[in-house]
Unconditional design. Structure first.
Length: 335
């Protein structure tokens, strides 16, 4: 009996110990798998902490590559902005020019130069281009028998138009491009642009305006220079036509030489004290020659160590004829 009680006691102890071990094992795993419950005093701290991003998780901001790609997509989208161009070509008197050629360049791609379109004006001088897209366009009008001018062309940024933009065109308000009609041209002596070295000490150089040859002729050029090794230096050029005269030409389409008002000598003077000092100057003149002929010429002054001018000239071979409008197909061979 006593042995049986001892055996039962041992079995009971084993059961209790086994149960205790099972409980300890379960309780330890439960603590590992489940977060601890917050107590009453931790409610505020837990709530405020839950509003902050977890420091261990990075914020979802775009990378530099992604930002660059997004900007590229936005830029590419701008090139699909619709463009409609309406224009009119007129002459200097406002008369419509029919049959003029208008070159229209459309900036419609970020990876190539763009597309070119050509339109021809109708009987009212009108032209148009629609159904295209891009961020900007340019225009240039031309026609045989007309001069192109600064007003014969233009351009417009259709994305960010400026206050100076003249190409705000519409069907009811076309942009106007101006060509200048050529007048009656004359057969002329023509000496193309050439460099002519000029002495620095005032010794005159003589040039024949009809042929461009130096050492003879009616135009005398003299120059005086200061220390041209300095960034700024005094310089002066003097032009003269003994027995005739010079007068400054007013505009690029001023082709008829004046009948009077000429001066025997003209100067271009550039002292270092002037605010608008420059190391080169371009001038245009009419000349009345001693033999009664008329001429016009452009001259660029380049004072300095080399000290030269670039001269281009036109002479009417007919004595007393003041028309100096030029046509390259009517060049007269100089004597």
């Amino acid at each position: 009996m006593k042995n049986e009680r001892s055996r039962n006691l041992i079995i009971a102890c084993v059961i209790v110990i086994a149960g205790l071990l099972i409980w300890l094992y379960w309780h330890r795993n439960a603590e590992t798998l489940m977060p601890p419950a917050a107590n009453q005093g931790d409610v505020t701290a837990s709530t405020s902490t839950s509003k902050k991003p977890n420091a261990a998780i990075p914020l979802t901001t775009p990378t530099q590559a992604e930002a660059t790609q997004q900007k590229e997509r936005q830029l590419n989208a701008l090139y699909f902005t619709p463009i409609a161009v309406y224009g009119k070509v007129v002459d200097e008197n406002g008369n419509p020019v029919a049959g003029a050629t208008v070159e229209i360049g459309i900036n419609d791609s970020p990876v190539r130069s763009g597309s070119d379109h050509v339109q021809t004006t109708d009987g009212e001088g009108l032209f148009s281009l629609t159904g295209v897209h891009g961020i900007a366009f340019s225009l240039r009008a031309s026609k045989d028998g007309y001069y192109t001018t600064a007003e014969s062309r233009g351009q417009r940024n259709v994305i960010v138009p400026s206050n100076d933009d003249v190409l705000q065109s519409s069907k009811g308000r076309p942009v106007v491009l101006i060509l200048r009609k050529k007048g009656e041209t004359m057969p002329l002596f023509f000496a193309s642009s050439r460099q002519i070295d000029v002495p620095r000490t005032g010794q005159p150089l003589t040039v024949d305006l009809a042929s461009g040859r130096t050492g003879q002729g009616d135009l005398h050029i003299s120059s005086w220079l200061g220390d041209s090794a300095q960034p700024r230096f005094d310089w002066r050029y003097q032009l003269s036509v003994p027995g005739g005269g010079l007068i400054e030409r007013k505009g690029p389409f001023d082709f008829e030489a004046p009948a009077d008002g000429y001066q025997a000598t003209l100067e271009v003077n550039m002292p270092t004290t002037v605010e608008s000092w420059s190391s080169d100057v371009t001038k245009n003149y009419f000349a009345k020659l001693p033999n009664g002929r008329y001429a016009r010429f452009s001259i660029n002054f380049y004072p300095g160590q080399r000290n030269f001018v670039v001269l281009e000239s036109y002479v009417n071979p007919v004595v007393g004829n003041r028309n100096l409008e030029f046509d390259r197909t009517k060049v007269v061979k100089s004597p």
